[in-house]
Design a protein around this ligand. Sequence first.
Ligand code: OMD
Ligand code: FE2
Length: 446
Amino acid sequence: MSGIEQAMERARKTAGGLGYSPGFGNEHSSEAVPGALPLGRNSPQRAPLGLYAEQLSGSAFTEPRAHNRRSWLYRIRPSAAHPPFRRTDNGRLRGGPFTETVPDPNRLRWDPLPEPAPGTDWLAGLWTLGGNGNPVERTGMAVHLYHANAPMTDRVFGDADGELLIVPELGGLLLVTELGVLAARPGEVALIPRGVRFRVELLDERARGYVCENHGRPFTLPDLGPIGANGLANARDFRAPTAWYEEVDSEVEVITKYCGNLWAATFDHSPLDVVAWHGNHLPYVYDLRRFNVIGSISYDHPDPSIFTVLTSPSDTPGLAGVDFVVFAPRWLVGEDTFRPPYFHRNVMSEYMGLIEGAYDAKTSGEGGFVPGGGSLHTMMSAHGPDRETFERASAAELLPQRIDDGLAFMFETRWPILTTDQAARADHRQQGYDRVWQGLERHFRS
Ligand SMILES: O=C(O)Cc1cc(O)ccc1O
Ligand SMILES: [Fe+2]
């Protein structure tokens, strides 16, 4: 076995007994070798065990304490020890500004990404659907999907353009990051902070899912206001990894996404060599089934902001660059209420995906809203229950009803989501999505 294969074997074994540190936004610390973490200072004259000390900043040095993010890494070699990066193929990844297509006000829907060619790893399997903003200005977001059937070997990725919220739909991922190893299976989500390098291995034969790349302010937990001190996604259910490192002295391709493009440099060692760390610029994994769902216990369907897991705030209070929202199993008890999502037109743009089962506003099954597929209801586009759902819910007997046959999510952003050319022309884009709202009968009686 080569050095990297041995390291991968060790990472997979670690997955069985992963130690995590619970909590969101905290200062955590971890050492894979006792004594590797310096005490009482960040940058001693000589760091313990001959390690190099390095600060990784996710915020300006001067941002207020509540927004300040950085981690101190104690590593075998400093990240600075690398040859030049050279441009490499972007594959099917695209970045903002999204100017390939004329912005389309229509409602759009896609089937899952088709089967990838054999040997497609997670990075090669990324396919950009669209987005907004501009990574150069650190605004906006991008929606990517992935479909992979091979582990990343001898290559490691890091995104300078933003953090990555990874939403597995099919197959588990092993995320071997600079700060440790995370396992993310369907129903869980993983958050990789801006700049943190990682390799993706597969826990199953293939892996399919969604990624929200957030160029703006890092995702944080929403304020709870009148809900009180607890509820929605509870901070204690987020898990940061513990330190894990590999000593690989063979060539590793380090790929970085910078201002929309991929660049590669051939390192003579693995950059996943952090033996100890402390800080708050950290990856996390979160199990969406832990989400505490709050809803109406009297009447009416609340706005889905009540289901916000994470939000990337903007400078305008209450106006998110992007929100990550989950439609998790819950009870519906509303009296004299049309219970599924209402008809609406929204200034925010909504990309929705399905992790499993069905979604209560849409018919499932072939040609419908299916796991691995997605819908885009951009700024002001009219949407809501499809015809079948409207008819069913308008006639339903309003007994308490448990919705537990699906797990859907939404990336909701303040800017229109502009599609890439490949998304607009994709064979797996459904034609005739509008038809789901056709035949909504006129019932008006004056
Ligand atoms: O369009 C959707 O299905 C998402 C959504 C769900 C909901 O419960 C209310 C509004 C909304 O946009
Ligand atoms: Fe909506």
